[in-house]
Design a protein around this ligand. Structure first.
Ligand code: CO
Length: 405
């Protein structure tokens, strides 16, 4: 009835874990690495030479090589943290090489006291640490195309990453500057050559927004905004302005180039929505993934990530028959608000044809829509905020490919 999906407790009860090929083969040989000392300590670690990890879809604009994006290789990662060096990128004029001693952050506009901070000043402020996802508004846009692209989970959906972010709650700086009574928005500008500039409602800016200084325990990497970036949890990545140099408080939004020429969503009736900041409930199976091949019949751990810009993931269901029947997957026990949540469910593949897909539910009552329903919200020209299903067809010989259901 479930086309091979198994509740984890039933997998263990039945003792069928042995169906995972080779799982109980003892290692008896004395391998070369057991016969002498290995490499000594070093100043900085790196992956095993047997592990090859790199961002995917490393794209550049024909007229400006610094404008483009790269994706996290979701199908090669596990857990809920994306290594900083594999976090997706989206730059509009390349990565500036900023000397932190010369960088300044200015807070001005509708405030009683304009302020200017050096990097050293910022490091002295109280900071907070949170796990948050970051998703580009254009993530998964290839699944809005008429024909399914034969690509990996990362190529299709890897403009989302999860990190531990540490920084100063923005309201500390705004409180110090003293926003005036007419203030309703902040306008944040980066120090890149594009001067990327976005508007954030003050109500959100005073809530959980960080002036982020660290990612996954280390100072931001240049590609993630070193020395300082805005971080707006749950919202489209573009408003988490990197290389943050100016916050202007004002009564109205900036209507900047970066929020009118892009990141505005045309509806089917010809009207356009602006400031659609929150990212929707969504999930993606990352293993198996398109362009993989299941090597043999047996039990596989179907696994993926889920997230919601509205709250916490409450449930993820997985189907192995294209959405006719659904089984509840196990969630990572520490599902957190506005963070990636890992889900898993064992699946017994015996050569049957199958279409694997997932759908996520959050604690605010939002449910991930079908592809058809997700597309119906906007004009066909819109590539933003797609959160429909990601479906993987498993063929008779185990090949996995992107398919629309
Ligand atoms: Co938007």
């Amino acid at each position: 009835m479930t086309n091979g999906l198994i509740h984890r407790r039933d997998l263990l009860k039945a003792g069928s874990i042995g169906l995972i090929a080779g799982s109980a083969t003892p290692v008896m040989a004395r391998e070369p690495w057991m016969t002498g000392p290995g490499q000594p300590m070093s100043g900085s670690g790196e992956s095993s030479r047997y592990v090859s990890l790199a961002r995917e879809q490393v794209g550049a604009h024909a007229f400006g090589p610094g404008a483009g994006s790269s994706s996290s290789p979701l199908q090669h990662l596990n857990g809920t943290i994306t290594p900083s060096r594999l976090h997706f990128e989206r730059h509009h004029s390349g990565i500036p090489d900023i000397d932190p001693d010369k960088h300044r952050l200015t807070v001005h506009g509708a405030v009683r006291q304009p302020l200017r901070f050096s990097y050293a000043d910022l490091l002295r402020y109280p900071q907070e640490t949170h796990l948050y996802f970051l998703e580009c508004s254009g993530n998964s846009y290839r699944n809005t195309l008429a024909e399914p692209q034969n690509q990996t989970a990362g190529e299709l959906n890897g403009l989302v990453s999860g990190s531990e972010w540490t920084g100063i709650p923005l309201h500390y700086l705004l409180d110090e500057a003293g926003v005036t009574a007419d203030a309703e928005w902040i306008v944040a500008e980066g120090a890149d050559a594009a001067g990327l500039t976005r508007s954030v409602p003050l109500s959100r800016a005073l809530d959980n927004v960080l002036v982020a200084l660290y990612q996954n325990g280390e100072p931001l990497q240049p590609a993630q905004g070193f020395p300082v970036r805005l971080f707006v949890p749950g919202c489209e990545g573009n408003i988490s302005v990197k290389w943050l140099q100016t916050i202007k408080v004002q009564a109205k939004p900036g209507y900047t180039r970066d929020e009118t020429s892009k990141y505005t969503d045309l509806l089917q009736d010809g009207q356009a929505e602006m400031f659609t900041l929150q990212m929707e409930v969504k999930s993606v199976i990352t293993s198996p993934s398109g362009r993989m091949r299941l090597p043999e019949h047996g039990v596989y751990d179907v696994s993926g990530i889920a997230w919601s810009g509205a709250g916490t993931i409450a449930k993820v269901e997985v189907s192995a028959d294209g959405g006719k029947n659904w089984v509840t997957a196990a969630l990572q026990s520490d599902a957190r608000p506005l963070a990636l949540t890992r889900f898993r469910i064992p699946w017994h593949w015996q050569g049957q044809s199958a279409v694997l897909l997932s759908r996520a539910f959050d604690d605010r009552g939002n449910i991930q829509p079908t592809r058809e329903a997700a597309l119906a919200r906007y004009s066909s020209a819109v590539i933003y905020h797609y959160n429909g299903y990601q479906s993987w067809r498993v063929g008779k010989s185990g090949e996995v490919s992107n398919v629309y259901v």
